[in-house]
Design a protein. Structure first.
Length: 577
């Protein structure tokens, strides 16, 4: 059995999450950003200086034409074009656009540092550029010269589009539509998981699904913040988007580790993942501190996370496999999280191998969406099972405190009720206890049989419950003994009204000659009255007083029956109820 889990990791995660939200909010509202026209366009064939056709999304092909951190792309117009626009996403590069060796656009004039930002960026962050080239004639050459700021394949230009403004706009948003929809779906699924945990976490053991939800939210923010469409809209500054993307990238692995830590049973696996979470928290804090202090550029500090993340992912896999191996009895359900995680890793591998196919990493988003939906389905199943068991427990509880023959509360329920009322009786001005005893049970059993004896009990119980059940609780405390506890407002008055109704109901029952027996029920009442001289009596003592009065009434009923010659058994009745 797992030992008590320290809340330290949860507190650390809350602090990191709060820092993430604060940093994102600061950059969104205080970072300066440029406003471009809403834009994008048509794909055009680009070639290298040697005439080789180049795919600007193929980073390995781009790397092959880089010389001294520089490369150029060329496009020769096949016909005349009017009002041509060019759009591209520029990442840490100095980019210039020429038409027939005439400079028409340069990113130099748009480079700026974020003076108000919390984080240090030594070079311009990725942003979307859109500008008019004017009219282009047949055989005109459009050249793009790119100078990389960092020696990294992520630097340079991509999503290069050439055409009229409407074509560019349609192309950009059409290319990103699926990715944006998936990111929004994943974000919503993550929020649902978090809400699901806080709404039902106490009902069922949901094993940290809020961490899975936090991971989904961070992964969706990371994926969406790199969208070309979002950069084109410039709702948020390009630098702010870049910082948010990096913060989400560095932060999102921690809730993933904590989620799987909650779902490992073996102590070794649990300790490994908790240690991994601590390491990740330290690295995240260092990333924030270095970026804020300016001691290191946020672009360069991300390299630490690039190295650490695959190690952490493999640690999670190792912990899951070790945990599964150590289980004594393996069931098919035990494969669930390991299988889900293997699919998750497969999606990340697919992202690395085949790329995103756009500015949103669709394979990664699909994998994360599959992961979070799987966790949600498992959580719902656990919750449903908990409700089912809770319903069964409630049913068993009712059975345990219910008399099987009459359906009223049994002696255990009565004792529980009395113990509770003893504690809170000062809140009531009066509490009534009515003790009942059904006469002649032995006579009916001996003469008519136990089946009719049971009918005597059930009819008497129904009579008591009908008159006293609406104002209090009725319990069977013995074979033919019952007690009613009345703790409503004006208990004294309402109890006396119920007694009058009760006596009238018995008379009506006995006037029906179809019954085989005479129904006689003795009763005795006693009250706890707040402020009276007897207020210090316990409810047990009050019950004994009511019981004493009941026996006195029982004797009176027997005397009346003997004096008036009432027959207990009616031999001339024509039918049995």
């Amino acid at each position: 059995m797992r030992k008590y889990r320290s809340p330290v990791l949860a507190v650390i995660f809350v602090i990191v999450a709060a820092a993430f939200v604060f940093a994102c909010g600061y950059n969104i509202f205080f970072s300066p950003h440029m406003i471009f026209e809403n834009a994008s366009g048509l794909n055009v064939k680009w070639t290298s200086e040697k005439g080789v056709e180049i795919d600007t999304e193929n980073r390995s092909q781009i790397s092959a034409i880089v010389f001294n951190n520089k490369y150029s792309l060329f496009h020769t117009a096949k016909e005349d074009y009017k009002n041509v626009y060019i759009a591209f996403k520029n990442s840490f590069a100095d980019t210039r656009v020429f038409v027939n060796d005439k400079l028409v656009y340069s990113t130099d004039e748009h480079f700026y540092l974020m003076e108000k930002s919390l984080f240090s960026i030594d070079a311009p962050s990725p942003q979307f550029h859109f500008t008019s080239l004017g009219d282009i004639s047949e055989s005109d050459v459009v050249r793009i010269d790119v100078t990389l700021i960092y020696e990294n394949e992520q630097c340079g230009i991509r999503n290069v589009l050439l055409g009229n403004s409407d074509e560019i706009i349609n192309t950009v948003f059409r290319n990103d539509l699926l990715g944006i929809v998936l990111c929004i779906a994943m974000f919503c699924a993550g929020i649902i998981l978090i809400m699901f945990y806080f709404a039902f976490g106490r009902v069922a053991s949901l094993n940290g699904v809020h961490y899975a939800g936090a991971f989904a939210v961070l992964a969706s923010v990371y994926s969406l913040s790199g969208s070309t469409s979002l950069s084109a809209l410039e709702i948020v500054g390009a630098d702010a988007l870049y910082i948010i993307k990096n913060l989400a990238y560095v932060t999102m692995i921690m809730p993933l580790i904590l989620f799987f830590a909650y779902n490992t049973k073996h102590r070794v696996s649990d300790r490994i993942l908790q240690a991994a979470a601590v390491i990740q928290a330290v690295v995240t804090a260092a990333f924030y501190a270095l970026g804020i202090s300016g001691a290191a550029d946020i672009y360069r500090t991300k390299i630490i996370s690039d190295i650490l993340m695959p190690i952490q992912l493999l640690l999670i896999l190792g912990a899951l496999i070790f945990d599964f191996h150590k289980k004594n009895e393996k069931r098919s359900s035990d494969f669930a999280f390991t299988a889900i995680y293997l699919i998750f890793l497969g999606g990340i591998a697919a992202q690395i191998v085949i790329g995103s196919g756009g500015s949103v990493p669709i394979p990664f988003v699909l994998t994360c969406l599959f992961f979070v939906i799987s966790v949600l389905v498992i959580g719902i199943r656990v919750f449903s099972k908990a409700l089912e068991l809770s319903g069964e427990a409630e049913t068993m509880g009712k059975i345990a405190f219910t008399d099987g023959l009459t359906g009223v509360g049994n002696i255990a329920a009565f004792k529980k009720k009395l113990n509770h009322l003893e504690v809170v009786k000062v809140n009531y001005d009066s509490i009534g206890i009515v003790q009942f005893d059904i006469n002649n049970l032995k006579t009916v059993n001996d003469t008519l049989g136990h089946e009719m004896g049971d009918k005597l009990i059930t009819d008497g119980s129904a009579m008591i419950n009908k008159c006293f059940g609406s104002i209090g609780d009725v319990y069977r405390t013995g074979g033919d003994e019952f007690v009613a506890v009345i703790c409503c407002e004006n208990a004294f008055k309402r109890c006396n009204e119920a007694i009058l109704k009760f006596e009238a109901a018995i008379d009506e029952y006995n006037s029906d000659e179809s019954h085989r027996f005479l129904l006689q029920i003795a009763y005795g009442t006693e009250f706890y009255m707040g402020g009276s001289s007897d207020q210090y009596l316990t409810l047990r003592e009050i019950q004994k007083l009511a019981d004493k009065k009941m026996y006195e009434h029982k004797s009176e009923l027997k005397e009346i029956a003997g004096r008036e010659g009432l027959e207990v058994i009616r031999s001339d009745c024509k039918k049995i109820r």
